[in-house]
Design a binder for this molecule. Structure first.
Ligand SMILES: Nc1ncnc2c1ncn2[C@@H]1O[C@H](COP(=O)(O)OP(=O)(O)OP(=O)(O)O)[C@@H](O)[C@H]1O
Ligand SMILES: [Mg+2]
Length: 269
């Protein structure tokens, strides 16, 4: 893991022009995180026996790890935000808190409107069910009715480009096929806020371009987006704002070009 302490920390009390709603927009923000902290327990033993022996010897059997530290930001309606940072900096954890899969230990998270997206490739897919059944299952989890999925099924299947594999159990899919189907479902649901965690990196170049086009379309329809990506070109095209995390803290928050430049500077050191 990267251990660079050259990163600054953004003072949460400073006003952030990126958080102002657009002129004429009176709606409250789509996302607010306030002083959010997330701690994980890391186990140092792997079996009951090891734990028992370690306890007798007075050794620590687990320690605490702060994955997010005092994280504060808000996202106005219709904004696209890229979340950047080194491996382990807390990007996926932030998305999981937004989606409600996890709760913070300190501070609070609020979201307004419907929320969906793709947090992990194949999350919510059942290995023993066919692609078709998984589309229905996955879409139901994202809040779509059977009728809605019926209406969109062809579009989803076409977007995923997996052909007759749609009726094969997904455990036989390649990871690219998995990603394409998952992404196809996620971007055919209508949500106010779309969360995307690095899935753009999984498909081939052709599919990635298609996803980018679709995301741009959703953006034009005023969807708020929160995208984790290591791809500077993609985030520059899609996002107006970039938040850089470093060891669970916000190290930069501002216009996307500056955020990408900030990452570059710090990678050079
Ligand atoms: N359930 C968990 N239990 C223990 N530690 C965890 C858990 N989830 C995440 N972590 C730790 O929290 C830190 C942040 O993880 P996170 O997945 O948010 O990083 P990330 O920025 O998404 O990294 P990457 O770029 O590799 O995807 C990491 O050190 C990770 O090991
Ligand atoms: Mg991650």
């Amino acid at each position: 893991m990267h251990s660079d302490s050259n990163f600054p920390v953004v003072d949460p009390n400073l006003p952030n022009p990126m958080e102002a709603p657009r002129p004429g927009d009176t709606s409250p923000p789509r996302i607010v995180l306030n002083g959010v902290t997330k701690t994980f327990a890391i186990k140092h033993t792997q079996s009951m026996k090891e734990t028992f022996v370690a306890k007798i010897r007075g050794k620590q059997t687990s320690s605490k790890f702060e994955a997010l530290k005092d994280l504060t930001f808000s996202v106005p309606e219709g904004q696209s935000v890229a979340v950047m940072g080194h491996n382990g900096s807390g990007k996926s954890t932030t998305l999981k808190l937004l989606s409600g899969v996890m709760q913070p230990d300190g501070g609070w998270v609020r979201t307004r409107g419907t929320l969906g997206g793709l947090l992990e490739v194949g999350a919510g897919f059942h290995p023993d069910l066919s692609g078709r059944k998984n589309v229905y299952l996955n879409a139901a989890i994202l809040g779509m009715s059977r009728e809605e999925v019926d209406a969109k099924f062809d579009a989803i299947q076409e977007f995923a480009e997996i052909g007759e594999y749609i009726d094969t159990e997904v455990k036989f899919y390649s990871s690219g096929m998995y990603a394409r189907l998952g992404f196809a479902v996620a971007i055919h649901t209508q949500v106010d806020t779309l969360l995307v965690d690095e899935v753009l990196a999984v498909g081939d170049a052709n599919f990635a371009n298609k996803c980018m086009d679709r995301l741009e379309e959703l953006k034009e329809r005023n969807t708020t987006m929160f995208i984790v990506s290591h791809n500077a070109k993609q985030v520059k095209r899609l996002c107006e704002r970039g938040i850089v995390l470093d060891h669970g803290r916000k190290a930069f928050d501002g216009p996307i070009d500056e955020a990408v430049e900030f990452m570059r500077e710090h990678n050079r050191r």
